[in-house]
Design a protein around this ligand. Structure first.
Ligand code: ADP
Length: 725
C-alpha cells in the first residue's frame, strides 16, 4: 500500500500534515469510526479524501449543499483524483458516465446529498457496488443542539444498519460537547476516535463594537482593506441591497447576495467574488457555505448573528490562507430582540429553548470584555493557554478600564434600588445623567439622590455600563419592559464593597487604531516577492478563465506565495512548491515557470527566500508539546487529561503523536511488556498494517490507542535497526 504522505505529496503537493490530519487519515485507513472536529480552514477535506487513494474501493461523502459538492469535486479533479457527484442537476450523459466509472471501479470519491443517501434504491445500489467508507460532512446538521439542524440528515441514522461492515467518519467545524455526543449517538458511531482540533485562529483579529447609526463604522473597516476581498454580512435582504448600492455608489467594487435573488444572479455574484472580479460581497447568511476562497481579508458583521456557532463559522471564512484577517462585529441590543422574536415563534419546544440559549450566549460574547480568542476557544470547550492574544480589541486595549468602577457601580446600584420596580435601563440612565425629561420631573425622580450622579458621563456610556453590569450578573432585567433589579450577586458586592463589576468604555481613537495593524505582527514572517506574486496572480486568473474554473482551483494564494518565495526554475523544483501536486505540475508548470523566468530577468536582484513558513506545520502544536513534557514525567493518560483539562481520548492522541515525533521505541510504563508482545505477535499473524484485524485478533481487549502506540514503537524500532544496520 502506498504511504499516505506520498499520496498527499503526489496529488495535493503538500509536504506536511496540518494538525490532526495524520491521525484523522489513520482512522480512515484503519476503518475505525471517527468524529473529527476541525475549525474552518483546518484542512478537513484532505483527511477523508486522501485515504480513498490509498484504499481499495470507493468512498461516499454525504454533503449538504450542491455548491459545496461541486467545488470539492472540481478541486479533486483538478488534482487528478477520480471523483464525481450525483445530483438532480446532472444530465443523462453525465449520469451515464459516472455510473460507468463506478461500475468499472475507477471512481474513488462519490459525493451525494443526504436525501439521496436515504433512498432505498440508492442504498441497494451502493450495497452491490461496495463502499470503502462513508463520510458525513457538516455532521452538526444532524443535531437538534447544533446551529444548523437539517431534518434530512436524520435519515442517515440507519447508515450503520445498512452497511454494518463499513466505517463512518463524521466531520464538522463547529461542535460543542453536546453536539459531539449527539452526532455519535445519532449516527450510531462505534467506539469512534474523537479528534478535536484547536479552534483558535491566531491570524484572525476580532473586534466588537456597538453599532452606531449610519455607515461610518462600515466604511472604516472597508477602507482599512482597500482592494482586498471581504464579506459583509447583514441581517435582512433589504439591508444587503441598500448597503451594496451605497458601496457601489461610493466607488467600491461590491455585489449583493441573498436568497431573494434568482439562482443565476446569485451564482454570477458568487463567481465574481470567487474570481477576484469584485472585492466585496454584501450578503445574508445564505452566503458562504460553498465558498472556498482562501484570501478573504475581512469579515464584517453589521448585526449580531444568532449564535456563536454561526459567528465562528462566518468569521472562519476569513484568512483561510493563514495570513492576518480582520473580523469586525457591529451589534446592538436591538439585534438580540429581533432574533428573540424570531426564535420565540419556533414551535418545537426544545429547538426554541436551544436557540434562545445560544442567542443569549452570543449577546454575552458581544457585550463581554474577555479576550475574544479566549472566549471563543472556551465556548467550544477548549482552554485557552495564552494570557493575552494580541489580536483582539480587548487585548489590544481598545477599551479603557474604569479605575473608579466601584464608585460608578455604587451609583447605579443605588439608582436601581431607589427607582424600585418601575425603571428599565433607559429611564435609569436618564435619571443618573440628570436628564431634563418631563417624565422624570413628573415622578419627582429629579429629587432623588441618584439624579445626576453620573452627569459627568454621556448617556450612551452609562447605558453601556448598565448592560455590562447585567452581563456580569450584578443586575437583571425582567419582564416585557426590561425592569432592572439588583441580583443577589449584586447585592453581596454592593453591601460588602468587594468583588464588584469591572466597567469599561471605548478607548480614545488613537489607541483603537492599533488593532487592525497589530494582528499582522505575529504572521508577517511570510516573505515573498510581492511583484512576482501579482504577476502569478494575473496568470492564475487567465488560466482559470481559459479552463472555466475559479482561480483557487488552479492554485491557492498560499501556493502562489510559496511560488513567489521559492521561485522554482525547473520542472523538478516546481514540485517543491506547497500545493503543487503532479497533476497540477503537468497542467501548469510551463506557464508559471515562464512567468517566473521572465520576472527574474526583468528583476535581476530578486532571489528566492530560503525559509519556508509552511514548515511550521511540521512543528508539534503547543498542547501536544505540553503533554509531551508530562509524559516525560511518566504520568498516566488519566493524569495528563486531568492536568490539561482534555478528554482522555485526546490525550491518547497526544501520546501517539509524541512517540511518533520523538521516535520512541519503548512504550512502558503506559503499555506493559506483555501487551506489547501480544500486539507484535498479532501484527505478525495478520499480515498488513491495519489495526482492526489486530484489535479483533486480541478479542477487543486492547484499546485502539494502545495498539497504535505499540505500532508506532515497532515502526520506530525497525527504523532504528535499518539506520543502525
Ligand atoms: P476545511 O474544510 O477544514 O475548512 P479545507 O479542507 O478547505 O478546510 O482546507 C483549507 C485550506 O488548507 C485549503 O486551501 C487546503 O488546500 C489547505 N490544506 C489542507 N491540507 C493542507 C496541508 N497539509 N498543507 C498545506 N495546506 C493544506
Amino acid at each position: 500500500m502506498k504511504q499516505i504522505t506520498d499520496i498527499v505529496k503526489q496529488y495535493w503537493g503538500f509536504d506536511a500534515f496540518m494538525p490532526l490530519q495524520r491521525e484523522a487519515t489513520q482512522c480512515v485507513m484503519e476503518e475505525r469510526d471517527s468524529l473529527v472536529v476541525l475549525p474552518t480552514g483546518g484542512g478537513k477535506s484532505l483527511c477523508f479524501q486522501a485515504p480513498a487513494l490509498a484504499m481499495s474501493g470507493m468512498a461516499v461523502v454525504v454533503s449538504p449543499l450542491l455548491s459545496l459538492m461541486k467545488d470539492q469535486v472540481d478541486a479533486l479533479r483538478a488534482n487528478g483524483v477520480p471523483a464525481a457527484r450525483i445530483d438532480s442537476t446532472m444530465t443523462a450523459a453525465e449520469r451515464r458516465s459516472t455510473h460507468e466509472a463506478i461500475q468499472a471501479r475507477r471512481m474513488k470519491l462519490l459525493y451525494v446529498s443526504p436525501e439521496r443517501m436515504a433512498q432505498p434504491n440508492f442504498i441497494a445500489y451502493l450495497q452491490v457496488i461496495g463502499v470503502a467508507y462513508f463520510v458525513v460532512d457538516e455532521a452538526h446538521c444532524i443535531s437538534h443542539w447544533g446551529h444548523d439542524f437539517r431534518p434530512e440528515y436524520r435519515e442517515m441514522r440507519a447508515l450503520h444498519d445498512n452497511f454494518p461492515d463499513t466505517a463512518i467518519h463524521a466531520y464538522t467545524a463547529t461542535a460543542t460537547n453536546q453536539v459531539r455526543r449527539d452526532i455519535i449517538s445519532q449516527l450510531h458511531l462505534r467506539d469512534p476516535a474523537q479528534l478535536v482540533g484547536n479552534f483558535d485562529r491566531p491570524n484572525l483579529n476580532y473586534r466588537v463594537q456597538k453599532r452606531a447609526k449610519g455607515v461610518t463604522q462600515i466604511m472604516e473597516t472597508v477602507d482599512a482593506h482597500k482592494g482586498e476581498p471581504g464579506i459583509i454580512y447583514c441581517l435582512r435582504r433589504t439591508d444587503v441591497d441598500t448597503l451594496s448600492d451605497q458601496l457601489t455608489a461610493a466607488g467600491y467594487k461590491a455585489l449583493p447576495y441573498h436568497a431573494g435573488m434568482n439562482d443565476i444572479e446569485r451564482k454570477r455574484n458568487q463567481d465574481a467574488f470567487s474570481n477576484d472580479e469584485v472585492d466585496i460581497i454584501v450578503a445574508t447568511i445564505a452566503f458562504g457555505m460553498g465558498i472556498d476562497k482562501s484570501n478573504v481579508r475581512f469579515v464584517l458583521h453589521t448585526a449580531m448573528p444568532k449564535s456563536i456557532e454561526h459567528y465562528q463559522q462566518e468569521t472562519g471564512r476569513a484568512g483561510r490562507d493563514g495570513l492576518p484577517a480582520d473580523c469586525c462585529l457591529l451589534y446592538s441590543y436591538q439585534d438580540f430582540m429581533v432574533w428573540k422574536n424570531i426564535t420565540g415563534k419556533m414551535e418545537d419546544d426544545k429547538a426554541r429553548r436551544t436557540s434562545q440559549q445560544k442567542l443569549r450566549e452570543m449577546l454575552g460574547y458581544s457585550q463581554g470584555f474577555a479576550c475574544r480568542h479566549k472566549a471563543l476557544s472556551e465556548y467550544f470547550g477548549q482552554p485557552y493557554a495564552n494570557s493575552r492574544c494580541d489580536a483582539c480589541d480587548v487585548c489590544l486595549e481598545q477599551f479603557e478600564k474604569m479605575e473608579n468602577s466601584g464608585e460608578i457601580a455604587g451609583h447605579i446600584f443605588r439608582a436601581v434600588n431607589a427607582l424600585g420596580d418601575i425603571a428599565g435601563p433607559r429611564y435609569t440612565t436618564l435619571v443618573l445623567t440628570g436628564s431634563e425629561d418631563e417624565r422624570i420631573k413628573a415622578r419627582r425622580h429629579n429629587k432623588c439622590a441618584s439624579y445626576s450622579a453620573l452627569s459627568a458621563y454621556d448617556e450612551k456610556t452609562v447605558r453601556d455600563w448598565i448592560e455590562q453590569m447585567t452581563q456580569q450578573g450584578y443586575l437583571e432585567k425582567q419582564g416585557e419592559y426590561s425592569i432592572l433589579y439588583v441580583t443577589s450577586t449584586g447585592h453581596d458586592a454592593f453591601t460588602s464593597g468587594e468583588g464588584g463589576p469591572q466597567l469599561m468604555r471605548p478607548a480614545p481613537k488613537t489607541t483603537g487604531k492599533k488593532a487592525t495593524r497589530a494582528a499582522a505582527a505575529p504572521v508577517t514572517s511570510d516573505q515573498y516577492d510581492a511583484g512576482l506574486f501579482d504577476a502569478l496572480k494575473k496568470t492564475r486568473l487567465e488560466t482559470a478563465r481559459k479552463n472555466n474554473v475559479p482561480p483557487f482551483v488552479v492554485f491557492s494564494d498560499a501556493t502562489l506565495r510559496d511560488m513567489a518565495r521559492r521561485m522554482p526554475d525547473s520542472y523538478d523544483t516546481f514540485l517543491s512548491v506547497q500545493g503543487v501536486g503532479e497533476k497540477k505540475r503537468e497542467a501548469f508548470a510551463d506557464r508559471f515557470l515562464e512567468i517566473i523566468r521572465v520576472y527574474r530577468n526583468d528583476h535581476p536582484d530578486t532571489t528566492p527566500v530560503k525559509s519556508n513558513p509552511s514548515d511550521s506545520t511540521r512543528k508539534p502544536n503547543p498542547s501536544s508539546e505540553k503533554a509531551g513534557a508530562l509524559f516525560e514525567q511518566g504520568r498516566s493518560i488519566a493524569e495528563v487529561a486531568e492536568i490539561m483539562k482534555r478528554s482522555p481520548s485526546t490525550v491518547e492522541g497526544y501520546i501517539v503523536e509524541y512517540f511518533y515525533r520523538q521516535k520512541r521505541t519503548n512504550p512502558e510504563p503506559w503499555i506493559t511488556p506483555d501487551t506489547m508482545d501480544a500486539v507484535r505477535r498479532a501484527f505478525t499473524e495478520v499480515d498488513g498494517e491495519r489495526l482492526k484485524p489486530v484489535f479483533e485478533k486480541l478479542n477487543g481487549e486492547i484499546p485502539y490507542w494502545q495498539i497504535r502506540l505499540c505500532k508506532v514503537c515497532l515502526e520506530n524500532q525497525s527504523e532504528e535497526d535499518t539506520a543502525g544496520g
